[in-house]
Design a binder for this molecule. Structure first.
Ligand code: NAD
Length: 308
């Protein structure tokens, strides 16, 4: 039985985990709970300390985390950071990985760059599965993420137990990069729904509608979406804007979707409009802003108009 499948029963397999941020840390904790030896790296010291407190091994570099690993998980801001963590310089993970080990690339990254990374790592005998996730921090903590997986079916089968420890839905999407394409397209649709819902609430409020009543009606009607069901009341109407998914990450994802349309020579004017809106909101609100703060950006635009 391959080592990764033995974890729950016999000698635990070893997983390197690179990127212990909002999502990565709870996902790494799930692997520890499932019996894996988890060797984690993040440049942020408190993140490494939190992994160690949960029973993982805190490592000083990506290469150290990858040493002796059967699989390495990356959960990083984007594909450029992943490529650097895998390949750039002596502290990069690929140098420490054995032939036959698997990279499970779980960040939301650009699909064509993922294919290029797969080609580069194949030369070192390292297979790659792209396995981005859907669902936020709470689903990461509960191990109930939806995971899309692209790549060779045998390699996906090899790492399935690792994926199952972090997610309850697993979809196979096709060749390497296809899961990253699917993830970006999903987040584009989700972002379009977020912006539409925030605009509608603000227009309705200006007309005299009650935002709470509007939310209830949207949720009982055809305008219902993930934002109306899960974000309007807790994060947007309260102006808390702290859902845990950054505006910078959302903007990156929409840009990937719009860029993919360009690369495939598809007419996609709406995805470009959504991407432009997100970029402008990010420029105005800054990189620390939550994605739900696009509502605040709309309020700023309206304030400027009302003042002018
Ligand atoms: P985050 O910014 O909280 O975490 C990223 C972590 O990577 C940080 O802790 C950072 O210190 C670390 N990092 C940066 N460079 C590194 C390097 N070279 N080596 C090791 N670690 C490094 O982001 P997040 O919210 O956890 O998102 C991670 C990925 O998951 C992103 O691609 C995002 O788009 C995707 N995602 C996020 C959510 C969410 O709800 N937050 C949901 C689904 C997918």
């Amino acid at each position: 039985m391959p080592a990764l499948e033995q974890a729950a029963t016999a000698a635990p397999a070893t997983v390197g985990f690179i990127g212990l941020g909002t999502m990565g840390l709870p996902m790494a904790r799930r692997l520890v709970e499932h019996g894996y030896t988890v060797r984690g790296f993040d440049p942020v010291e408190p993140a490494r300390a939190a992994l160690a407190a949960a029973g993982g091994v805190a490592c000083a570099s990506a290469a150290e985390a990858a040493t002796g690993a059967d699989a390495v998980v990356t959960m990083l801001p984007d594909g450029a950071v992943v490529r650097a963590a895998m390949l750039d310089g002596p502290a990069a993970a690929a140098h420490a990985m054995r032939r036959g080990a698997v990279l499970i690339e779980m960040s939301s990254s650009a699909p064509l760059a993922t294919r290029a990374l797969g080609d580069a790592l194949a030369q070192a005998g390292i297979a790659v599965v792209d396995a981005p996730v859907s669902g936020g921090v709470r689903k990461a903590e509960a191990g109930t993420l939806s995971i899309m997986a692209g790549g060779d079916l045998d390699v996906i089968a090899q790492v399935r137990p690792v994926l199952r420890a972090m997610g309850s839905n697993l979809f196979e999407t096709g060749a390497l990069g296809s899961a990253h394409a699917m993830k970006a397209l999903n987040n584009y649709v989700s972002a379009a729904g977020l912006i539409a819902a925030c605009e509608a609430i603000q227009i309705g409020r200006a007309f005299g509608l009650d935002p709470v009543v509007m939310t209830d009606i949207l949720n009982a009607s055809t305008g219902r979406n993930n934002t109306t069901e899960n974000k309007l009341k807790p994060f947007i109407l309260t102006e808390r804007y702290d859902s845990g998914f950054g505006l910078a990450l959302m903007t990156k994802d929409i840009g990937i979707a719009a860029g993919l349309a360009d690369a495939l020579d598809r007419a996609a004017p709406f995805s470009h409009a959504v991407a432009d809106f997100a970029r402008q909101a990010l420029e105005r609100l800054g990189r620390e802003a939550d994605h739900t703060a696009v509502d605040r950006y709309l309020k700023l635009l309206n304030g400027e108009r009302d003042a002018g």
